[in-house]
Design a protein around this ligand. Structure first.
Ligand code: G3H
Ligand code: 13P
Ligand code: ZN
Length: 305
């Protein structure tokens, strides 16, 4: 069977990237799955610690297993695991891969924690993503005000000492809907230097939502208040995929915006409706449309897997 490592290697060679799409309910998971199935694209279904708690581990696993049966090229991943215990729990639950996010720790503490997780996960056949450098914004309860870019030499040492399978790098993206105030850029010079020191190593971009203006406008039109939101333009993401070794691109905010815009519109324009399927169903379709666009025009714009 083709595992996640197979797709990472293939992505490096052929310059495509797997979307890592966060879900926290049935509708978002169905939308992700439908988009991947229709486009025959491998993808990662990602669950944060708080989403795991929200859905409960039992239902998360039940839903993900059903999806994986129908789409064997979809992989279940723990997003931003903050402790050894939560990563171990996810591995024991059968997750395909876990992220241990020690990025707020000292370099040595991050190495020690990440290595411990990698040792455990690898014994059980799961892959491990580490993070070095910090993204501006909110990372599941951690608020980082400044951008601390990944230092290439440290990245090399980190990968060698921890034995991780992929590395999340900080090159100017950030979590949430407010990523830039001025020029929308990424530090491709840092990315290139990391790649020179770590040839063919799978790299990951967090905080990579594009924050479509149409979705933001729709949310605001129907009563929302999202001001001055800005995401990472498609062209920058395409460059990261086509010219670099970025093989996993995370999106959560875009999925939230698509669902919220639709729910707001349905409720505002149909004040008599009160069946959740009416607005969540439309939200599900909007997410599917958004992800199909991402898959075709960004993640697999060069090659199909
Ligand atoms: O990177 C963080 C994700 O967007 C998860 O956020 O903990 O609110 O589910 P969450
Ligand atoms: P966005 O907030 O840009 O969607 O990033 C999500 C993410 O990195 C999840 O780990
Ligand atoms: Zn993230």
């Amino acid at each position: 069977m083709k595992d996640l490592r197979y797709y990472f290697n293939k992505a490096i060679k052929q310059h495509f990237a797997l979307g890592a799409f966060n879900f926290s309910n049935m509708e978002s998971l169905q939308a992700i799955t439908n988009a991947c199935k229709t486009n025959k694209s491998p993808a990662i279904i990602a669950v944060s610690e708080s989403a795991l708690e929200y859905m409960t581990p039992q239902l998360t696993i039940a839903m993900a297993s059903a999806v994986k049966k129908a789409c064997p090229y979809v992989f279940l991943h723990l997003d931003h695991g903050k402790s050894y215990e939560i990563c171990k729990k996810a591995v024991d639950l059968g997750f395909d891969s876990v992220m241990i996010d020690g990025s707020s720790l000292s370099f040595q503490e991050n190495i020690a924690l990440t290595k411990k997780v990698a040792n455990y996960a690898h014994k059980k056949g799961a892959l491990v993503e580490g993070e070095l450098g910090q993204l501006k914004g909110v990372e599941d309860n951690v608020n980082v005000q400044e951008n601390h870019y990944t230092e290439p030499l440290k990245a090399k040492e980190f990968v060698e000492k921890t034995g991780i399978d992929s590395l999340a790098v900080a090159i100017g993206t950030s979590h949430g809907a407010y990523k830039y105030q001025g020029l929308q850029t990424l530090r491709f010079d840092i990315l290139s230097e990391i790649e020179r020191l770590l040839p063919n190593f799978p790299l990951v971009l967090h905080g990579a939502s594009s924050v479509d203006k149409n979705l933001v406008d729709k949310i605001n039109k129907f009563g929302g208040e999202i001001k001055n939101a800005q995401g990472v333009p498609h062209e920058l993401l395409m460059k990261a995929v086509k010219q670099h070794n970025v093989v996993k691109i995370n999106s959560d905010t875009d999925i939230r915006l698509a669902m919220t815009a639709e729910v707001r519109e349905v409720l505002k324009t149909n004040p008599k409706k009160f069946d959740a399927r009416d607005y969540l169903g439309n939200g599900r379709l909007a997410i599917e449309k958004l992800l199909t666009d991402k898959i075709i025009n960004v993640l697999f714009s060069v090659n199909k897997a």
